[in-house]
Design a protein around this ligand. Structure first.
Ligand SMILES: NC(=O)c1ccc[n+]([C@@H]2O[C@H](COP(=O)([O-])OP(=O)(O)OC[C@H]3O[C@@H](n4cnc5c(N)ncnc54)[C@H](O)[C@@H]3O)[C@@H](O)[C@H]2O)c1
Length: 178
């Protein structure tokens, strides 16, 4: 099976790349290297099963090349800035990028997507630890709102176009230095 990992040069995405390669999958990584790096891919960059494309999800034409013969997408690319930042950056790199990806997937009959969502979709949750079923979802950051919008888009593609979508709500992730 061939898998596309968006944001595969980032912190979490690069660990996923290492893991998927150890399971012998064929991978394509697309990343614009805005916060990712080749250092993150040092364990896997020499693998013949890995192809790295430097490209931006805001450009749908890059996605067409990346998705050829792909069955599944792990969508981890995003502007991960939780603090205020520039709302337009969140719209472009999170919502528009996800929309571009879903549209190219739809046109190319790629119907499986795993999305890196976030605990920020809960906002100031009153229940701690927060159960997966908690609601209503009331994000308090632009980042959280963008993640919730992406999740809603994926849900709508699942119901409208028979996609299979999974949203993983990560809380604070940390790692040892590679
Ligand atoms: N780290 C956490 O604690 C945490 C918590 C919740 C959710 N998440 C989500 O998990 C995913 C990975 O987070 P991370 O901590 O590894 O962040 P990261 O910044 O290390 O990884 C994001 C990657 O996406 C790439 N990218 C950004 N915009 C892009 C674009 N327009 N086109 C192509 N590539 C683009 C970056 O260069 C980077 O490699 C993100 O979607 C993030 O929102 C992370």
């Amino acid at each position: 099976m061939k898998i596309l990992v968006t944001g595969g040069a980032g912190f979490i995405g690069s660990h996923l790349v290492d893991e998927l390669l150890s399971e012998d999958y064929e991978l394509v990584v697309i990343d614009n290297f805005s916060s990712g790096s080749f250092d993150n891919l040092s364990n896997s960059i020499t693998s013949p099963k890995l192809k790295v494309i430097k490209g931006d999800l805001r450009d749908a034409s890059v996605l067409v090349a990346s998705l050829s013969d792909t069955q599944t997408v792990f969508h981890f690319a995003a502007n991960p800035e939780v603090r205020i930042g520039d709302p337009n950056e969140h719209f472009e790199n999170n919502i528009k990028a996800t929309y571009n990806l879903l549209e190219v997937m739809r046109k190319m009959d790629v119907a499986n997507i795993v999305f890196a969502s976030s605990s920020t979709v809960y906002g100031d949750a009153e229940a701690l630890p927060t159960p997966e079923s908690y609601g209503p979802l009331k994000p308090i950051s632009i980042y959280g709102a963008s993640k919730l919008a992406c999740k809603a888009l994926i849900s709508s593609y699942a119901y409208t176009y028979s996609f299979r979508g999974i949203s993983l709500k990560y809380f604070q992730c940390y790692r040892p230095q590679k």
